[in-house]
Design a protein around this ligand. Sequence first.
Ligand SMILES: C[S@@+](CC[C@H](N)C(=O)[O-])C[C@H]1O[C@@H](n2cnc3c(N)ncnc32)[C@H](O)[C@@H]1O
Length: 222
Amino acid sequence: MKNLLGSGEAAAPLSSVDAYAQWAAHYPPHAHNALMQAEEACMLALLPDMTGQTVLDLAGGTGRYGHIAMQRGAARVICTDNSIDMLAHNALDTRIGADMDALPMRPACMDGIICALAIGHLKRVDAAMQEIARVLRPGGWALVSDFHPYAYMNGARRTFTGSDGRAREVEHYVHALSSVINVGHDAGLRLEAVREPGVPDAVAPPAMRGKPVVVAYRFAKP
Ligand SMILES: C[S@@+](CC[C@H](N)C(=O)[O-])C[C@H]1O[C@@H](n2cnc3c(N)ncnc32)[C@H](O)[C@@H]1O
C-alpha cells in the first residue's frame, strides 16, 4: 500500500494546514497517483455539462478541478482553500482563502461545486455540507469525493514526502457513506449517484484488490 495510498509507516500525522504547506510546491494540478486517477475517472463520469456555468472548486488546492471546469466550458471558476500555500501554487484567476465550513459567499451563487478529496480532513462534515447546500442555487449540482473508509480501515494512509525527505502522514477522519449522505439530505441536497472505484489490481496492495479506494457522490439541490 505504501507507494499507492501510503502505509501506516510514516511519522505522526500532520494537520492538514501544516501538511499542505510542505506539500504545495510538489502538488501538481492533475491526478498524480493511482488513487487520484481512479477518483478523477469516476468524477469526470459524474460531471454534468457546465457550459457557461459558475463553478466552485471547493478546497481546490492547486486547482485540478478548476482547470477541468474551465476546459469544459465553465464561464467562471472560483477556487477556495484554507491553505494559502496551495493557493499560491494555483494558476486559476480567482482564488480565495477560506475554510469550507464557512464560505464568504452569498447564498445560491453557484451553479455547481466540486469538492475533491478534502472532506476527510474535517472532523465533522456537517458544516461543509451545509455550506455546499447554502451556496448552490436551486437546480445546482455538487460532486464530492473522499478517501474511502474501506481503504483507511484496511491500513491505507494519506502520505507524502515532507520537506525533510521523510514520509509524512496527513490527518484524516473517516466519514461513513451514510453520514455524508444523511448530512447532505438534512442540508437540503438530494443524492443522485454514488461511485466507489478501486485501483487496478496491478498497482493495488493485496488487501485492496477489487476493493474501493475512493468514494464519489453527486448531489443535486432541488
Ligand atoms: C487532497 S487535497 C485535494 C486538492 C484538490 N481538491 C484536488 O483534488 O486536487 C485536499 C485539499 O483540502 C484542503 N483543505 C483541507 N481542509 C480544509 C478546510 N477545512 N477548508 C478548506 N480547505 C481545506 C487542503 O488545503 C488541500 O488543498
